[in-house]
Write a protein that binds this ligand. Structure first.
Ligand SMILES: Nc1ncnc2c1ncn2[C@@H]1O[C@H](COP(=O)(O)OP(=O)(O)OP(=O)(O)O)[C@@H](O)[C@H]1O
Length: 459
């Protein structure tokens, strides 16, 4: 094959003009182009890691292919390869023909439906990708861990254990790893399973005396994703089977990802040997998203769904829907439905109208009295202790938790909150809030208490 250097120079020049400096340096500059030694008329694009490889696959290969057809006299094919020989996976990129674009569309079936079961043995939801996942302080560690695992499954961190409250993106992130691995290696045996389904698989294997088949299947996976493992609590036979599956996979350097609503040690009714194994790899939390991140998530969802949503409307929704991302999505859907129903475009006023009932319920529920009562009940202390001067930790800590929640969930000013807690100074409220933020980062027990209380209060 002739002129490969000239061709590559031409490509680099072209993309340097088209992309900004950072994009060019990140995605294009690290690439190498070589002639494939084994296959005729084939060029190999070598990427240094899977992210560059993925990006190139999504954004670059069709373009470079078009350029190649104009540049060379014969039909050229492209292959993508990773540089690290230990990790090399190849993906043959066929020259793009108009109809092949259709093939690239993600399947429309959902991971949990019956149709999905027939056509999608991995049960992965194709919409849950890294690209669709918004990152912020609340989830950056979890995402970074997931990316490493996606890059080097079975090697980086095994298992990856992701925990956090409901609707915060744990499932999304584990699917993102699955989708990523599958994209690069269509033959990988991947299975997403909700813990309840795993339990029912165990029961069924028990009933039909088919444990051999069960083991053969689960022990031979390349990537096992188990969601909401807290459902294993108290289910001894399931835990035993999972223990064997877990050991078999880890020993074979196959990746396991687990999610739960709390830290492994906090899951009651789970055997110690499982709890300790869950800590072998990386354990990361996902926290509720802060305001800016909620706005970013709304804008991203709107972009993906082709919904016209301006920033001020997104800001309004995000300001009032604070509990979790699932509810945020629900609010956006509600606004969209209202817009379609009334025939008016989405605007701030329309969002206010569409979410009126929801916000009224929320405001009614989250009064400071309600917070004080809920927290007092939770810690089994008297509501009067919320206003008292008692400083013993068993009372002072819940009081600080209640103040921190009041700061987070109500629109009250710090002096107003202090006043409601027995005429305390606003600096006491600020101190309480800081202390609880600090403790939540270092003490899983407090973190769980806090998340549970928020969940109870939001109903
Ligand atoms: N950071 C994020 N960026 C974009 N979408 C997100 C993010 N976090 C969550 N979501 C979306 O919120 C919804 C709920 O997320 P997911 O199902 O992953 O939550 P979860 O933590 O697994 O909850 P549960 O404990 O109830 O199973 C999904 O539609 C997901 O795509």
């Amino acid at each position: 094959m002739q002129k490969i250097e000239t061709f590559w120079y031409f490509c680099l020049k072209h993309f340097k003009q088209e992309l900004n400096g950072q994009q060019f340096n990140t995605w294009i500059k690290p690439l190498k182009l070589e002639i494939c030694p084994d296959v005729e008329n084939t060029l190999v694009l070598i990427a240094p890691n899977r992210f560059v490889l993925q990006w190139i696959k999504d954004n670059f290969v069709n373009r470079i292919d078009e350029m190649a057809q104009g540049h060379f006299n014969e039909k050229i094919h492209f292959k993508l390869e990773l540089k690290d020989p230990a990790e090399i996976k190849t993906a043959t990129i066929k020259a793009p023909e108009p109809k092949s674009k259709e093939d690239k569309k993600p399947p429309t079936d959902k991971a949990h439906g019956t149709t999905a079961r027939k056509t999608n043995p991995s049960r992965l939801n194709p919409a849950f990708t890294f690209d669709a996942f918004v990152t912020g302080k609340a989830n950056q560690l979890a995402r970074a861990g997931a990316i490493q695992v996606a890059e080097r499954p079975g090697i980086a961190y095994n298992p990856l254990f992701i925990y956090g409250g409901v609707g915060l993106g744990k499932t999304h992130l584990m699917h993102a790893v699955g989708n990523y691995v599958m994209e690069l290696d269509a033959g990988a045996k991947i299975r997403y399973v909700h813990a309840e389904k795993y339990v029912s698989d165990v029961v069924s294997a028990y009933q039909h005396k088919s444990f051999d088949k069960f083991k053969l299947y689960y022990h031979s996976l390349d990537l096992l994703l188990v969601d909401d493992v807290q459902f294993f609590s108290g289910k001894n036979r399931t835990q035993e089977e999972f223990f064997y599956a877990f050991n078999a996979l880890i020993e074979a350097h196959k990746q396991v990802i687990i999610t739960s609503d709390c830290y492994p040690k906090e899951i009651s009714g789970l055997e110690e040997r499982l709890v300790s194994r869950f800590g072998w790899g990386l354990t990361v939390a996902i926290e509720p998203p802060e305001l800016e991140m909620r706005v970013a998530i709304l804008l991203k969802k709107a972009f993906i769904e082709k919904i016209e949503l301006d920033e001020s409307t997104a800001f309004f929704i995000a300001k009032y829907i604070r509990s979790n991302v699932r509810e945020l999505e629900g609010a956006l859907k509600r606004v969209l439905a209202y817009s379609r129903f009334t025939g008016h475009p989405i605007s701030l006023d329309l969002a206010k109208e569409a979410l009126k009932d929801l916000l009224a319920i929320q405001n009614r529920q989250i009064s400071i009295e309600n917070i004080q009562k809920t927290v007092a009940d939770y810690y089994k202390i008297k509501v009067a202790d919320m206003y008292s001067k008692k400083r013993v930790r068993a009372i002072a800590r819940p009081r600080q938790v209640a103040m921190a929640i009041a700061k987070e969930l109500t629109q009250l000013s710090l002096p107003d909150i202090g006043e409601a807690f027995g005429g305390r100074d606003h600096t006491t409220v600020l101190h309480a809030h800081r202390k609880i933020v600090e403790l939540r980062a270092s003490d899983p027990g407090i973190n769980r208490d806090y998340s549970t209380l928020i969940h109870i209060l939001r109903g």
